[in-house]
Design a binder for this molecule. Structure first.
Ligand SMILES: Nc1ncnc2c1ncn2[C@@H]1O[C@H](COP(=O)(O)OP(=O)(O)O)[C@@H](O)[C@H]1O
Ligand SMILES: [Mg+2]
Length: 403
């Protein structure tokens, strides 16, 4: 990506993070001096990621969901829209363009040293059968290997890679709506970017990598806010489809914000039960029904939330890959929860609270129709135990090692 020093009235500073579709940099507004984060979309990232993100951020209004401050769009596109339709494409009634539904794949590596991700033409093309097979082979673990999001090697925590996969997306109608608009600026350099409030404490994954699992009260307090954030998205008709600790940001005072809506989709208001078919999400967090060809809905986010809670409480992923050949995943697929927890607790040399295990079992339920709902999860007995005040949460997190 070309190194930008300025965009609009923002001076760009250090890199804050990088994902499959973007690089996020500190940005200082030259007039107000206020600091922001600018998410600059990679040139080869699909336009749909940018459109999805802007549309979702405009549709959801919740204290635990990131807000968009300003949008920079491609001038060429802007001119075309002015000629054809004054309404931005993400809010235009009708159908998503075919381009937005083109199958594509991207790879995203997660972790301190693996957080860098690449995008190239080949990877953005529709996957061929052989490519798909390679991806699957890569992601399959043999036998009963131990899942290791956070495996300790030579004194350093490293994450195994999780791969974001995007493929064929079902087209569906988007109803017209008139959300409040952030400032939109058209760029002549083709750059697409969004300006977000700066989350000065980075993302939740960094804290897990550096300081290990969260203590129970911390995990519960953070997770409650995550549930409420995803609930607000679903109520606004938005499926996130990429819930994971690296897409959860910490504000200056350690409140948590759900971010990265590049893979999200808006469900038409009049089609409650519409199904999606895109094989999309981040490896390690994708619900079993995603990509099985029968379609899926908002309940896929509940599975990803379940994996996220497991990671927050244990410091490890619940399985190595979404494959029936993965020993751990297979136990979940077959609902052999007692066996699953026996091996988890043996591995951790630690037993976890029964109520926590019960909630995880209900979230990591392979059958979406039987999976716990967000409302029920919020009322679950484990969620009703002690929560931390914001000040206590912040002071515990400040001591949770993070570089
Ligand atoms: N508002 C922000 N403040 C600080 N860091 C951020 C912010 N938004 C994103 N980041 C960092 O950048 C990383 C990539 O951003 P993300 O929105 O997840 O992009 P991608 O869609 O490419 O995955 C995040 O994991 C996080 O570490
Ligand atoms: Mg991300």
């Amino acid at each position: 990506m070309e190194y930008l020093h300025h965009l609009g009235k923002y001076e760009l500073g250090k890199e804050l993070g990088e994902g499959a579709t973007s690089v996020v940099r500190e940005a200082v507004h030259t007039e107000s001096g206020k600091k922001y984060a600018m998410k600059i979309f990679k040139a080869l990232s699909k336009k749909s990621c940018f459109d999805n993100e802007v549309e979702a951020l405009l549709a959801v209004d919740h204290p635990n969901v990131v807000r968009v401050h300003e949008v920079f769009e491609d001038a060429e596109r802007g001119r075309l829209e002015d000629r054809v339709d004054p309404c931005p494409p993400s809010h235009r009634p009708g159908r998503f363009s075919r381009e937005m539904s083109t199958p594509s794949r991207s790879s995203e590596k997660v972790g301190k040293s693996l957080r860098k991700s690449s995008f190239d033409d080949d990877k953005d093309d529709p996957p061929t059968l052989s490519e798909t097979a390679t991806t699957e082979n890569e992601s399959e673990s043999s036998g009963d290997s131990v899942p290791s999001l956070l495996s300790c090697q030579e004194g350093e925590f490293q994450a195994t890679s999780t791969t974001s996969v995007e493929a064929k997306e079902e087209l569906f109608a988007v109803p017209p709506r008139t959300p409040p608009q952030p400032k939109r600026t058209y760029t002549t350099c083709g750059t697409r970017a969004i300006v977000l409030p700066l989350s000065s404490n980075g993302d939740v994954l960094s804290y897990l990598l550096d300081g290990g699992a969260f203590e129970e009260r911390v995990a519960r307090t953070l997770f409650k806010r995550c549930l409420e954030a995803v609930q607000a998205c679903h109520n606004a008709g938005i499926l996130h489809r990429d819930v994971k600790p690296d897409n959860l940001l910490f504000t200056e005072n350690f409140d948590v914000l759900l971010s990265d809506f590049g893979f999200s989709r808006r469900r038409p208001d009049d089609e409650e039960n519409v199904k999606l078919y895109g094989d999309l999400g981040s490896r390690g967090y994708i619900a079993p029904e995603v990509g099985d060809g029968k379609g899926y809905d908002h309940r896929c986010d509940l599975w990803s939330l379940g994996v996220t809670l497991f990671v927050m409480m244990t410091g490890r992923p619940p399985y190595a890959s979404e494959s029936p050949r993965d020993y751990w995943f297979n136990l979940l697929l077959n609902r052999r929860y007692s066996r699953f927890w026996r091996v988890v607790e043996l591995l951790h040399k630690h037993s976890f609270p029964d109520m926590f295990k019960d909630l995880i079992n209900k979230m990591l339920c392979p059958e979406p129709a039987e999976r716990i709902t967000i409302e029920k999860a919020l009322e679950h007995p484990w969620m009703r135990e002690q929560l931390l005040s914001q000040n206590d949460l912040a002071s515990i997190m400040r001591n949770h090692s993070n570089n």
